[in-house]
Design a binder for this molecule. Structure first.
Ligand SMILES: Cc1cc2nc3c(=O)[nH]c(=O)nc-3n(C[C@H](O)[C@H](O)[C@H](O)COP(=O)(O)O)c2cc1C
Length: 358
């Protein structure tokens, strides 16, 4: 039987009305001083509650994990209260929502971190890329290498933020291990030059996932990875071996799902699907937004159970209904992606409701 993106999905821990997930997309609208989500975030996410699953924008689990202006946190009571309003609105609209926990590691700047240096597995600076700060674009600085005890504390910070997330009403937590940020900086060859036990590339990822699973239950714990991606100057010499080892360790835990961003030369979905017995959410990261057709092909080929869409969901709050109707899609307004308020955030129109015929 052919599976469609619009078919319901029942996995070991997830029951979704369709296989069209909203990918995590940073919108930079949180209060920059407090890290509290923008009050309009509740409408923004509730408008997208028809997604099979919503994954929030990246949220910092530790104050040094913030990488850009307007990125929200999940550390303080005030931040948790902001998220409580979001989860309440999404659930009232019939949706399901996981919080993405995002520590950027070296991808930050003292201007974003109240003067502190960014931290990373090793003191390796990114060359030839800029970082966006409230004062404009800046060159990267050399990060400070984390002490072993600090790495252990960060594992605890992820677990604490996961507890706060579930306390704030989230259905679960997605650990951001993708796209060149802290966890992938441990997985990468050029960024992890450590000599302590965290020199083993998968150890930090494994400890974070296990700590989160111990804190909130494996059925509420997910991991996002982008094997072989060179995003933000990460170099992985042998992604096949590293990610196979990571999955061999994590698969038996029975997590909510694994989210794979396919990007780069290594065909991660094809290689890793047979090595993951739980739910797999696929994502294709390329210069153009992922199309329904590409996602359908991947799901029909058995490469993923569910597919996530980022850019299409920013512009189309009712994406599953548009797919179902074969309706045209709203274009994305690129200048309104990051920062600001309602404009470009909560004002993308849904399809007109069909007139009621008596
Ligand atoms: C504006 C924007 C913000 C993003 N923010 C995040 C993020 O916070 N966390 C993350 O894991 N990926 C993030 N991504 C990557 C998306 O989740 C996704 O992998 C990418 O957009 C490809 O999917 P698409 O073709 O459906 O847009 C972001 C992408 C965009 C365009």
């Amino acid at each position: 039987m052919t599976v469609s993106l619009l078919d319901p999905y029942t996995g070991p821990h997830l029951r979704l009305p369709n296989r069209v997930a909203m990918a995590p997309v940073t919108r930079g609208r949180a209060d920059d001083a407090t890290g509290v989500p923008h009050p309009a975030a509740r409408d923004y996410y509730a408008q997208r509650a028809s997604a099979g699953l919503i994954v929030t924008e990246g949220i910092w689990p530790h104050r040094l994990g913030k990488g850009e202006p307007g990125v929200p946190g999940l550390v303080t009571a005030e931040q948790a209260a902001g998220w409580r309003a979001v989860t309440g609105a999404v659930h009232a609209a019939g949706g399901r929502i996981f919080a993405q926990l995002w520590h950027v590691g070296r991808m930050s700047h003292p201007l974003v971190l109240d003067g502190a240096a960014p931290v990373a597995p090793s003191a390796v600076r990114i060359e030839g890329e800029y970082l966006h700060t409230a004062a404009g674009r800046r060159d990267h600085v050399t990060p400070r290498a984390l002490e072993t005890a600090e790495v252990e504390e960060l594992v605890g910070a992820f677990a604490a933020a996961a507890r706060a997330a579930v306390g704030a009403g989230f259905d679960g937590v997605e650990v951001h291990g993708a796209n060149g940020y802290l966890i992938q900086q441990f997985l990468g060859t050029n960024t992890n030059r450590r000599t302590d036990r965290y020199a083993e590339p998968t150890l930090f990822a494994r400890e974070v996932v296990r700590a989160v699973a111990a804190a909130v239950g494996p059925e509420r714990t997910a991991l996002r990875i982008s094997p072989g991606s060179t995003d933000h100057a990460i170099d992985e010499a042998d992604p096949r071996t590293v990610y196979r080892a990571l999955l061999a360790d994590l698969d038996p835990l029975g997590l909510a799902y694994l989210h794979i961003v396919e990007r780069g030369a290594y065909c991660a979905l094809a290689d890793l699907r047979p090595r993951w017995s739980g739910t797999l959410i696929g994502n294709l990261d390329g210069p153009e937004p992922t199309t329904r057709e590409a996602a359908e092909r991947a799901v029909q080929a058995g490469l993923a159970d569910v597919f996530s869409f980022g850019r299409l969901f920013i512009a189309n709050p009712d994406l599953p209904a548009r797919f179902a109707a074969g309706a045209p899609l709203n274009p994305l307004r690129p200048t309104l992606i990051y920062g600001g308020g309602h404009e470009g955030y909560t004002d993308y129109p849904p399809l007109p409701t069909p007139a009621h015929t008596p």
